[in-house]
Design a protein around this ligand. Structure first.
Ligand code: GUN
Ligand code: ZN
Length: 427
């Protein structure tokens, strides 16, 4: 396979901008990324790379900005068709819209149709890796992984386990959740670019027996991620307290059943107790910020200060989230932080939508940055994709002023090209 050299503006990942400041992402206005065998082989100035790699096939993206593909650290692909459903808060929203839709995934053909639609939408938005929830049906996991594999994507999912407080047709048992998850893990985990994630939906829909069974499975496969939800809405937390009267707090409902660990991924984490934050930090777990969901369902304002204590991924949480776009998600993260009195720098927003989410997923050595050795999943952004964005970007005095209008106002029209494992994708 011939080397491919793509040219354009680039942001090279040197350090976390939350710690190092904006220069953690080093900008070059005429840079290049050399792709060899599906990986980034070299980065640098365009002229230098042209000289040192004269045989490479060149794709020149001009003024467009080359970034790693976006990484969405928490989503629900089965909710694709019910995104933007009106008027409910979390528990009512689950019962009214989500559970009836998820029931349909016992039909393998429907699951395959939605998985294909979902990856069309996420790729069109520049997202190259998603950690998704599936439904309780093993066929939904097969549909997602089959479609991801067909497209050569790095992708993560797991069977969503629920054995109570869910409708008929959407409940498993402690035993079947364990056995089905184990079989799916054996079938898919580590196959090509796919990773299985052990997935109890959240404490209210699992009995203590089911949480125990999944804790046991995780202990047998500690290299797997475990994903779930925590402290998203105040009413939900009150319900957890009723269901688990002996638990110290929400996190304890997981901790007591072997579901707290360094490879744990806890979505939302908005209304957290000091003990919960201390424990997550102590064990080295990650939380995931889902800002368009947290405003859309009315959940609350995530505290980005948690990133000083633990890894924090960024995510759409579709279809509780109202967008498939990580640009829109960065904009919402900016707005939520503003409401809490902090302005997140564009460098931090971009880092979190790529390297930050990759870190949350323990994939920082594989995806999420422009560095030699990283898999060549790339997103190329047009920073003047609409008249409104173009006229603002025209006034920009540096790269951050040039990119911020696209973060705040951009959508799939800003995604000029996506590469998956070094190959251009037809959008
Ligand atoms: N908590 C439990 N399940 C879900 C879900 O599907 N979406 C969101 N936003 N929160 C949840
Ligand atoms: Zn979720």
């Amino acid at each position: 396979m011939q080397d491919r050299l793509i040219l354009g503006q680039c942001l090279f990942y040197e350090a976390d901008p939350r710690i190092a400041g904006p220069s953690g992402l080093r900008h070059t206005s005429r840079g290049g990324v050399l792709i060899r065998k599906r990986h980034i082989a070299a980065i640098g100035e365009a002229d230098d790379l042209r000289r040192t790699h004269p045989q490479a096939e060149i794709t020149d993206h001009g003024q467009n900005l080359i970034l790693p593909g976006f990484v969405d650290a928490h989503a629900h692909f089965p909710q694709t068709a019910i995104i933007a459903s009106w008027g409910k808060r979390l528990i009512d929203w689950l019962n009214t819209y989500t559970f009836p839709e998820e029931t349909r995934f016992d039909d393998a053909a429907y699951a395959a149709e939605i998985a294909a639609r979902y990856f069309d939408l996420t790729l069109a938005n520049g997202t190259t890796t998603v950690a998704s929830y599936a439904t309780i049906h093993p066929a939904s996991v097969d549909a997602y992984f089959t479609e991801a594999q067909r497209r050569g994507l790095r992708a993560l999912t797991g069977k969503t386990c629920m054995d109570r407080n869910a409708p008929n047709g959407l409940r498993d048992t402690a035993q079947s959740a364990h056995d089905d998850s184990k079989a799916l893990l054996a079938k898919w985990h580590g196959v090509e670019r796919l990773s299985y994630v052990i997935t109890p939906r959240f404490s209210p829909t699992s009995t203590p027996d089911q949480l125990d069974a999944l804790g046991t499975l995780w202990a047998e496969h500690p290299d797997c991620l475990m994903q779930t939800h925590i402290s998203e809405q105040v009413d939900e937390i009150a319900w957890v307290r009723e269901l688990f009267p002996d638990a110290r707090d929400y996190l304890d409902t997981y901790e007591a059943h072997g579901l707290l660990g360094a490879n744990g991924l806890y979505g939302h984490a908005i209304h957290m107790e000091p003990r919960e934050i201390d424990r997550l930090s102590e064990v080295g777990a990650a939380v995931v910020h889902c800002p368009t969901s947290n405003t859309f369902i009315g959940s609350g304002l995530f505290d980005m200060g948690l990133a000083d204590r633990m890894r924090v991924g960024l995510a759409t949480d579709t279809g509780g989230g109202s967008s498939f776009s990580m640009l829109r998600t960065m904009a919402a993260a900016y707005e939520v932080a503003q409401l809490r009195g902090t302005a997140l720098h564009p460098a931090e927003l971009i880092w979190r939508a790529t390297a930050g989410s990759a870190e949350a997923l323990r994939l920082e050595g594989k995806i999420g940055s422009l560095k030699p050795g990283i898999e060549a999943d790339l997103c190329v952004l047009d920073l003047s994709s609409t008249p409104a964005i173009a006229q603002r970007a025209a006034r920009a005095e540096d790269i951050w002023e040039a990119v911020f209008p696209t973060i705040m106002m951009g959508d799939d029209r800003a995604v000029a090209q996506v590469y998956v494992a070094g190959e251009p994708v037809t959008l």
